[in-house]
Each structure stands twice: as structure tokens, then as C-alpha cells.
Design a protein around this ligand. Sequence first.
Ligand code: PLP
Length: 450
Amino acid sequence: GPGGQASKEAVKSADRAHVFHSWSAQGQIDPLAVAGGEGSYFWDYDGNRYLDFSSQLVNTNIGHQHPKVVAAIQRQAARMCTMAPGFAVDVRSEAARLIAERTPGDLDKIFFTNGGTEAVEHAVRMARLHTGRPKLLSAYRSYHGATSAAINLTGDPRRWPSDTASAGVVHFFGPHLYRSHFHATTEAEECARALAHLEETLAFEGPESVAAIILETVVGTAGVLVPPPGYLAGVREICDRLGIVFILDEVMAGFGRTGSWFAADLFDVTPDLLVFAKGVNSGYVPLGGVALSAAVAATFDQRPYPGGLTYSGHPLACASAVATLEAMAEEGIVENAARIGETVLGPGLRALAARHPSVGEVRGVGVFWALDLVRDQATREPLVPYNASGAANQPMADFAAACKRGGLWPFVNMNRTHVVPPCTLTESEAKDGLALLDDALYAADAHTTA
Ligand code: PLP
């Protein structure tokens, strides 16, 4: 069609015939054909517009088609589309400098990858070479990516089909007061018991065999779990005492999502390695990376780092990161995320919880929130069982369908809906989204015992 716009039917039939989709039974899906997007919205070929409360996969922190970033990609394409990682390239240097300027502490060297999972793979390799130790510890409630080490580190059920016993990964429980593994009733108790559980896990594994502990600063897909005060500082202290590398995965939490540049800033902790992707350039061109502390970087001063990627520091991706970080600073986008969370989303979601028997807990910060949906507020029984599919997942499917009918694109995982709009969300968009969630929650309420 004109301007390269294919018809909806052509898009759908070629998709069905030739596109193999992630995480799906190929015969059981019916992907929405998307025609475009702008800001906090995207739309289909039938004139339906959706308020994107999932930011795609929680990555479009500056919204769709930010004009400054689109222009920067176009400019970079005209002057230099690609250049191998062995060269010093202006936009690569500048992207690394801008990222290092924002990362906490002495995380001043950047290794670029194409996305989050590759960054996790490399962080883990760096930690193992730095310490000379084999094992890795990660949380059950976590997602770290879909490649070999990253999927083994992942705690959620996406790990199960790809798990390999040889990976040297040990899982433990992090803090989560609402569904406490430790029978705790206060944040302070949960924090102390979660740290004691980690210490005990280490004692039984043999701390001298552990290269790294990896945690999402704020756990993302597995539930938007904001750690209690003192937890991350406690993990930092354990790592220092036992010579273990502390890796923070900020793939989802970083670059404005929590209303700060990094979630680590909220807790005043500096990891040895910080993993990023998604929000660094809102996914306009694939990009991720690892920020290294001076000590880990020094391991590879005279000894070669045994790893690389054809597209490490890809100029188009780096140019889009530079433009994204500049736009975020110029337009106060991180501050907007903090303000919208504190003044509109937080209070608005708590008001929904007061009205809807299906909302068990509201938790989050910035533009990073979860509603934990339950069958019964008193027992906290989840609205659907852990990892439910098919008929067992009907209550959540009904809720998601109600959101979409109303024009809101939700993020749904197990018994939770996450409220993860762009950091650029306006107050009126936030209020519209809350109203649409309000309507859709009646579909969840229908499945409660109340
Ligand atoms: N780590 C976290 C915390 C994530 O949320 C994700 C993706 O959702 C990843 C790693 C993997 O990133 P990618 O999908 O870019 O490989």
C-alpha cells in the first residue's frame, strides 16, 4: 500500500505463515496487528487506540516515537550505520560516558550488548573470572533473561523447560512481605529473616565457591517487589565480607522506571556490576550492557576479557541512547515518573484497592506498580494459582480482555497486573488509565469469593 502500509490481512497472514513467536504455542496465538504508536499510545488497523500501560515489555520509558530520538537515529543512519566494536566511535564513547555518569559509585566502564540477557551472561562471566569461583546465587522470584546462564538464574517458571543441572546456580527467597516465606509480619522482620536465610544458604553452599549474587534491585516481572529498607545494604555487606561479586540487574528497574535514574539510588547501594537494557534507549534499537566497578574492570587490564559481540556498542543503538538520555534530562522525564507515581498512580491505585475485593495489595514506586489480585483478601489466595494456564487462568484472561475492550493495554503476569506506563505519562493519561483499570477490575471481582 501507499508509504509501505500493508493491509491488516497481509500483515496477519504473513505473520501466521512465517513469524515464529516467543514463549508461545504457535497455533494458539492471534497477535494484534499494530499499525503505529506515539507517546503513551499505540493503535491497530481498525482504529482502536490503546493506552500502553505495559510500555511494551516495560521498555518504552520515553514512550513511542520520541521525535528527538527518531531524529538522532535518522542522523546516525545517514553518517555511520555500523562500525566494529574494536574501533573508538564518537557516539559509542558518548553513550558510555553518559551512562557511567549516571550509574552509582565507581561503575565507570561500560560493556555494551544487544539486550538484557546477553548483559547478564557477560556479568556472570566477569564475576566468575574476577573471583575464580563457579557458583551463582539468584532469587526464586526473578527474571534475568532467556539465554543459557540467564534462564538458569531466572526463578520464575520460564526456567523449567530450559534448566540444566550443570549451571551452578542456587536459588533462594528474597523478601516479599505480602507473601512472606519467613512468616514475618513487619518489613523489618522480613528483612532480617531474608538476610539470615541468604547467610544460611551461603553457609551450606560454601561461600568460597560462590562467584556472585544477582538480584533485581526492584524485582520486575515476578511481582514488582520493592525490597525493605536495609535488605540490599545487608546483601552488599555479606558480599563484601565473603568476597562475592554483587550484581544488580536493572534491566527493568533502571533508567527512570522507579522515578530515579537507577533503583540502586533509592537504597544507596553500589553493586560491583550493574546490568542494564530496555530503558537505556527505550528499545528503539536493541541495546544493553554491563557497568563495571573499577575493581572488576582492573581484572581485565592486563588479561584479555574472553568475550565479545559483533554488535557491541552498535552506532545506531548508541546514538539512540545518547539522544534518549539527553531527552530524559532536558525534559525532566525521571522526575515526572517520580511525581506521577507519588501524586497520581500510587493514591489512585490505593483508591481502587479500597473499592475492589479482587485487589489484595498495591505496591510499587515511580511508574513501576503491581496489583496483587486475590480470590479472598483475608486469606490472600491468589486470583489464579501459580503458573496457571487454560481454564485455570480464566479470571486473569477476563480481566485482560476487559482492559483491552476499554482501550488499555495491560501487563499481566500470573495473578498480577503491573501498572508500568512510560515515564513520560501525563497526569490526564494516568487518570484515564486508572479509570479504565477501575472498569476492568469488576471482571476480576466477579471471580472473588466476596
Ligand atoms: N533482566 C530483567 C530484570 C528483565 O526484566 C529482562 C527482560 O524482561 C531481562 C533481564 C532480559 O532482557 P532481554 O529480554 O533484553 O534479553
